[in-house]
Design a protein around this ligand. Sequence first.
Ligand SMILES: [Zn+2]
Length: 392
Amino acid sequence: MKVCGACSGALFGRFFRAQEASVTGLYFEKPTPTEPATIELEYCKSCGFIRQMPDRTIHLNYERIVRGTAQQLPAYAADILSSLTRLGVKSDDFILEVGANDGTFLKELRAQGYRNLLGVEPSKQLADAARKSGFDILDAYFDRKLAADIRNAHGGARVVICRHTLEHVPDIVEFTKGIAAVLSADGVAVIEVPDADWLVINLFAHEVWDEHISYFRPRSLAALLGNCDLKPVRLERMRLRDTRNLVCWSVPASAAAAPCASDDEAGFEAVEGFQARWDAFAERLRSIVSASPAPVIAIGAAHPQLNFLNFAGLGAAVAALVDDDEAKAGRFAPLAKAVPIRSTAKILESVRQGTLLRTGFPYPAWEERIEAALGVYNVRSIKPYDILRLRP
Ligand SMILES: [Zn+2]
């Protein structure tokens, strides 16, 4: 039994268990059979932290993963930058970004006038991409050893930025203690993670993803920080398209500032009941889809869509996926069977009957364009989560 990384609690209960057709991010030239994987999450009965079961954690090698984030920078990144100015962070203060990806956020910092910047990024290709943009990048996994090396070379960091990285990290205590260790006495750490309360409240199982080992809510994030010599002083929930993130500002535990509130929205009964609610929803959705005209076309072929279709047991019912990403269109995605991925244009010119599954969650305008074009041919559409709002 591995204790809770956030609060050291030892009592866990099951949160969610589902089958996926393969681990993440595989698209094939030809229909290719895949090895099914089970994803299993548990929750801490003390602090509500949700994690992959420690003995079943799906390990991924981020040194080889290439997924640039240039398209993912939210509008509220500007608020983070203006807060740094308000906090008196000066242009030559040392700023470290842990999980710098391709340099997307470092570019924002540089544009704001900050010039003493360092990034840590384990993916060699992403690190090289950031270097090509002129940044100083260490391609390594971040831990206390690396934090000590950075501190020796650069001094304590006035700011540590860590966006959408902590949830991927196997040892969250080692990692977070590293952030605390590299932070100067007057430093501030900005940690951004998906808000798992949003997933629980909305029954958004499609946000469960094998790349995410940890699922934080305010209380568990604050508990982790407290466990690692940091103190949260500002915690905000930020909407981004169909998701919500936590942006948490913390300072060294020894600083004078008062800690902020860190209350969860979803109580333990919502966490405990998640699987049963999902199973009932998925069963109802399967029966609606199986009674609908073929072919069934689902919108999107990225991980939220594949997760949704796999977890809902709809993998065998889907005839094609729509996606315009060059890495996907024309290839096959791993569902219960290999499913072809077609561009929007190909779908619009070829589909004249059937059912559209609106699984393009972050992109309603794209869904509506496809729906309107195919509606002419009597192709009906199903908006999956709307079923939750209808009476059985
Ligand atoms: Zn806990």
